[in-house]
Every structure is written in C-alpha cells, then in structure tokens.
Write a new protein. Structure first.
Ligand code: SF4
Length: 406
C-alpha cells in the first residue's frame, strides 16, 4: 500500500519551516495575489524560491495554489507566475479555473496540476474529465463520503485523490459563500473569510431596533450556522481503503503553533499506521495533542454520512487549552541555553512546553532571562529570552503555554 502523504498549509516562510521541522511530506503555499487566501497567507515568488529550496533539501514537496477565479486582468500575472513556478521547481500547482489550467498547460506543460476543492469535484465522470485535461490529482469536494470516494477510485484508478483530513468546516458548499463579503466586505471567494457564520445573530423588527428577538438554541448562543472542526486522525485505515493518496490539513491562516501541533500529531499517526496498518488504533495521546489547539469540537464531517454538518454544541462552542509562546531561534551551546523569540505574553510560573518532533519537554519558567542574562518575570511579543536547557534543541521548535483557565 502506498504511504499516504501528509500535506500541511504553509501560509508563510516561517510556517513552511515549521511544517518541515515537524514532519510534513508536502506543503501547500499561496502565491501573492493568485491564491484563495488573504495576503497574510501568501508568499512572494522570492520567498517561494527560498521555501522550495529548503523543502526539497528535506525531500518535501511544495504545491503552489493558483486557485483564484481569474479575471482577464489577472491573466498576464498568472502566465508570468506559472513560468516562474516551473523555473523554481514547484512540485505542482493547485488550481480551479479552466482558464488558469489552459495557461499552465500552454506555458509550463511539464508542471503537474492538482485540482482545487473549489472545483467541487464530486463524481468519477468529473474526475475522468479533469484527468483528460491533464490534471494529475483531484482534491475532492469535502461533501463526499468515504464510500463515494472509494467508488470514484475504483472507476478512475489512475487519478490521484486528495481529501481534507483536518481543520475548519464550512457551512457553504466547498466554501462558495458570500456571507463574509456581504457582512463586512471580505470575500470568502477571495480567501478572506471572517467566519460570520459563527457569529451570534438576533432578529430585529424595523421600527423597534432596540428590542431584538434572540435567535437561540439555548440560553447562551445560537449554533445554527456553526460547524465543528474536521478531524480524521482516528480513521486512517478507512481513508487508505478508499484509495486516498494525500491527507490535507486546512488552515493557511492559522498560527505556527497550530501547524506544529497538527503536523506532529498526524505524523505520529501516519507513521504508526504505516508500521502496522492492520492494527492501527489512534492512541489517546495523539487526540489529546489535537485538543490542545484552538478547535470547536471535532467531527468526521461528511465522511461517514450523507450531506451532514455537525453543529457545535453548547459545551463545545470554542476550545483552546494552549497557545503559542514563541519559537527557538538558536541554541547557545557553551552556555547550554536556548534563545526564544517571544510571540505572546509569557510570565514566570506559566506552564510552558517545548515541542520537539518526537517529544514534549516542560520548561522551567522561573529561570528565563533577557539577552544579557538578567532574570525576567514577564516577556512580551518581540522579546528575545533565554531558557536554560541542558540538551541542544534545534531552531524552529515551538513553545506553547497552558492557558490559565484550561
Ligand atoms: S462565512 Fe462560514 S460558511 Fe461562509 S465561507 Fe466563511 S466559514 Fe464558510
């Protein structure tokens, strides 16, 4: 059985390096101006060249998202970008627009093409159609179940099938939604969703604006439009049996901590599955790691059902037990200490873990110092602090903090 690929979002160069550090097989990145993600989750072509070089040195593939729905005014830029990506050695482009596909086929005929989930591929005839257009891999619509995916695989065995395995779910069909554009002028279809489907709504009669009706399922909140997050780490055998070759994690806008924690947990799981596929059973500690990142409760989405979204329930409106503290910048061997770039407030006494690919180390937060060795009781975003550490740790390792109320 072919090992399934772990495909991780890399919204910028830092997150790409984090994904490499924690064991991604491949990363996907946005190209400035041409992906379905906001500018904060895109890379310039220069950054991309650096990222591709570093990834390839570690044997990791880089897929570049060009999944904008291009206007004619975008086409010169698409053409130029496609040529640059081919020169830089991108391993594939991800697209959804037939016009963009035509430009790729014409200008970079050897550049492999993956079809974005935005193309809503839901059946074997569509998969065969795209295959005949030169598309190698299909990122199937999230609304399919595993039985349907298995049937597609049997009908079109020569196509590579990729699915979303982890991350936020959308109430709209494969993200085709104007709610965010309508509510605050930030379009999901341009990759800039502000998730208004998860806001709390009330109904107001026009002449009595100060007297809203609550739209509620219980006393605290309405969950009518809120979905739990997808998590398929327990079901790797079922996914492999359906013929899927790549597991995609959602979240190019998420933090480096999210990238670290999800990559690490799925790496452990995929390695365990590969070593003993017949007896794979997801250990509780893998799930516990995923519970420590921001989530809204987990669901298997549509994979075992027909057209089903699982609403957030009152006790799972929003969960997060840990957040990002910072990352290791370098290890000072003579002094046996790690220099950390702080990203969120850190106080003496905080419970902080250092995440390594195969281990978690608790740090003593009573002993951190500033760059001159002076003891600190608190540090903020932008501080550079030293933690004493007897063992050398690599740059790029992420530190997380247990939140006070968790
Ligand atoms: S508003 Fe909600 S349903 Fe619409 S695209 Fe954003 S996450 Fe999806």
């Amino acid at each position: 059985m072919r090992a399934m690929e772990l495909l991780i979002p890399a919204g910028n160069l830092e997150k790409l390096r984090t994904a490499l550090f924690y064991g991604a097989d491949a990363v996907y990145v946005g190209v400035a101006g041409l992906s379905l993600r906001a500018e904060s989750a895109e890379m310039s072509l220069d950054e991309l060249a650096t990222g591709i070089g570093e990834a390839h040195r570690g044997g990791v593939k880089v897929y570049a998202a060009l999944n904008t729905f291009a206007r004619d005014s975008d086409l010169p830029s698409v053409k130029e970008t496609v040529g640059a990506l081919a020169d830089q050695g991108a391993d594939a482009v991800i697209l959804s627009d037939p016009g963009v596909l035509a430009l790729v086929r014409r200008n970079a005929p050897h550049l492999p093409v993956h079809l974005s989930t935005q193309a809503n591929t839901t059946n074997s005839a569509a998969v065969r159609f795209w295959l005949e257009q030169g598309v190698r891999r299909m990122v199937l619509a999230r609304e399919l179940n595993l039985a349907e995916i298995g049937a597609i695989r049997r009908e079109v065995p020569e196509a590579e099938l990729e699915i979303f395995a982890h991350g936020a779910m959308c109430m709209a069909y494969s993200g085709r939604c104007f709610l965010s554009a309508f509510r605050n002028r930030r379009s999901a279809n341009r990759g800039d969703c502000t998730q208004p489907c998860r806001w709390e709504y009330r109904m107001v009669e026009a002449t009595r604006p100060g007297d809203p009706f609550r739209v509620e399922e219980d006393a605290r909140y309405s969950y009518l439009l809120s979905s739990k997050d997808l998590c398929m780490i327990e079901y790797l055998p079922e996914i492999a049996a359906a013929g899927v070759v790549s597991l995609k994690v959602e979240g190019r806008m998420k933090s480096p901590y999210y990238v670290a924690a999800v990559t690490r947990a799925y790496r452990w799981a995929l390695d365990a599955f590969r070593n003993d596929p017949a007896h794979y059973c997801c250990p509780p500690e893998f799930l516990a790691e995923l519970a420590k990142i921001s989530n809204r409760g987990y669901t298997t989405g549509f994979y075992f059902a027909t057209e089903r979204i699982t609403e957030v329930n009152p006790d799972e409106k929003y969960r997060q037990t840990h957040d990002l503290v910072g990352t290791v910048l370098e290890y000072d061997r003579p002094q046996r200490r790690a220099l950390v770039g702080v990203r969120n407030r850190l106080s003496a006494g905080d419970e902080v873990d250092l995440l390594l690919p195969d281990a978690t180390i608790g740090l003593d937060t009573e002993t951190f110092t500033d760059e001159h060795g002076l003891p600190l009781r608190e540090a903020h975003n932008g501080y550079r602090v030293y933690f004493p550490l007897p063992e050398e740790v690599p740059a790029g390792a992420v530190l997380r903090r247990k939140l006070p109320m968790s």
